[in-house]
Every structure is written in structure tokens, then in C-alpha cells.
Design a protein around this ligand. Sequence first.
Ligand code: GAF
Length: 389
Amino acid sequence: MNDLLINKTNAFFKEKFGDAPEKVVLSPGRINIIGEHIDYNDGYVLPAAIDKIICFAFAKNNSKQSKIVAIDLNEEFEVDLTKTISLSKVVWSNYILGVIKQLQDNGFSFDGFNCVFSSNIPVGSGLSSSAALECGTIFGIKELFNLSIPKVDIALMGQKAEHWVGINCGIMDQFSSVMGLENKVIKIDCKTLEYEYHNADFNDYSLILFDSNVKHSLFSSAYNTRREECEEGLSIIKSNFPGITSFRDCTEIHVLQLKDKMTPNVFVRCHYVVKEIHRVALACEALDKGDIEALGKLLFETHEGLSKEYLVSCDELDFIVDTLKKEEAVIGSRLMGGGFGGCTINLIKKGEEEAIKSKLTKLYKEAFDIELKIYDVKIGNGTSLYNRN
Ligand code: GAF
């Protein structure tokens, strides 16, 4: 599947700029097994890179200007590297401008380059196409100009670029895009950025994504508000329990004891966060033991929390999860990513996938008059150079 994308990107570069690219970079989207809205709350998350990617072709152009082409959108922009970088009206270009700014602000020196890219990561589906764009661009510039940038710093600069664009995101998306490994999920400690790989073996179950094919505009404003509500809750917790420095030090009991000191919204957000951090630990144990049914139950619980307490779901996502919950062959399902649309992640008994897919597609269409999209993703490697041999 990705060979076509890589060939197309290479051919486009050659046609546009006359020569073959010097570097070809592949940068993946991500899934998240569990630990949603937990990265910016200093907990643990369990994401993985996937085999849906952005392919970039790069070459130096011996100038101080860079030209970047989005093949799929048939759009391009130029950036003068000698001038101060500022936000553009073209949304996608801001992620690239953001990482160029980050590299410059961090003292990395590089000259002009040409870049074209093409993607098979669905946009707006919660699979982090923006993180793939940020990390792939940094990686390409690093390779082109021999810059020494540790992988984790690529992720951190990508995250800062996203903040510059306007979403005050955590580190999960960029970290998993850069650090992904085939058939492994990554348990990331979002406080220390320590991480460990666990085998992504779901035994008798298939991991399938159902894309609601909606993206409600509430996303960015609500995302930033959730972050503020959690910060407010944590400061109340800290002032009442001096030993606690972050949510990971809390139990549910701490939060329950402070119910009267918090607004109702802040209380339910904190309650969700503390329970979700605990679920990530249980999910890792379940995965390591091969107890995929236990993992599945945790996914359903996460959805319940995201929908009823964290309030980042929507009718379409709730419909998908509620419908699947009635199916014996589905042992887990939840919204994945920031919410307000995008995908659900689902564990479905092997052999039953096609029946579930067609039943859900029909019911979803009847309920919302929207086509459900379906992705059978594989867990893949993080951002890397494409080796032509
Ligand atoms: C978005 C953000 F970019 C991530 O940092 C993370 O918070 C996620 O939503 C929710 O878990 O993808």
C-alpha cells in the first residue's frame, strides 16, 4: 500500500524540480490503545505508530527559500528562511512553518530546501496526521542538513509547533509518531518521557478502527478548556494534599474527598483522569498476560468516562460504541484521540470482523445518513528514512 504512495511522491518531486530527491522520509500516524487525554495530565499512555503514513521527498536548493508542495491538495507555499516566521491562513502550512520556527528558535542552522509530500493518513480522523507532518518535516530537515537532533527532541519540537498553531496538546502524538516500532505499543510516562515497548499481541481479536466521518468544530476550543479544567482541579488537589504533585499520585479517594471544593465540571474531569491513569496500568498488565477480554472491558470503561465525565464524545461516536457493545464478538470499543468525531478503536473476534463491519455500516448510515469508514491498521515503525534498496 505504501509503495504506491512512495513512488508517487518520488515521481512528483522529479517532475516538479527536475532531479530525484536527496532524502525520502516516511512519518506515521498513530493509534492509542488507552490513556486518553492523559498525556497533558502527566500520566501514562499506550499508543503505537501505524502503517498509514505521510511520505516526504526532500532536496537542498542552495538558497534561503524553501518550497513545500502538498501533492494531495494541489497547493504549495514558499518560506523565506531569513524572515521571521508567522502564522499563515493556509492551515496545513502552519504545521510546517511551526517546526521551521522551532528549529530556528532552538539554534539549528539550515538553508533552503524543496519538499513535496503525500499522505494516506485520513485527516480529521484522530489519527494524528498533523503530528506526522510535524515530525516528518523535522526529520527530513535534520537528515538533509546533518543536524544532530535526538528523537525525543523531534517529538518535543513537533509538540511546540502544534501549540503555536493553537492546540495546547500533550506529547503522545508526536512521541508515538517518532518512536513507533512494528508490532509494539509504547507505554509512555508523559511526566518523565521514559518509555517501554510492549508486544501488541491481541490473540484472537483484531484491532479495527471505525471512522465516524465527522469532525465537530468544538474540538480545539474544548480541548484547551479541558486542559485548563484539569489544571484547576490539580491545583485544588495539591493545596489540600501537600504530598501530591500530579494526578498520578492521586487515588479516586483523594478526588472524591474534594468534591465540594471543586466545581461540578472540574470534579468530573479530575475523576475521569485519575480513573483513566489507573486503567492504563491495568491495560498493560492485561496485554502482557494476553487477557484481551480484560483489556476490552477497560476500553468500554474509558469510553463511558470520556462520554459522561470528560464530555469529549458526540452522538455519532456514542452510537458506534453503544451499537458494538451489544455484539458478543466485540469485546471493547471506545472513541480514540481528542474526540468530537474521528475514530473508535475496537477489538473484534477474529472471523467476525466482516459481519460486524457490514452491520455497523448499515445501522450508522440509517441513523445519521453518513458513510462509516473502516481502517484495518497495522502497527508500524516511527518516522524514518526510506531506504530505496
Ligand atoms: C490529541 C492530542 F494531540 C494528544 O496530545 C492527546 O491529548 C489526545 O488528543 C487525547 O488523548 O490527539
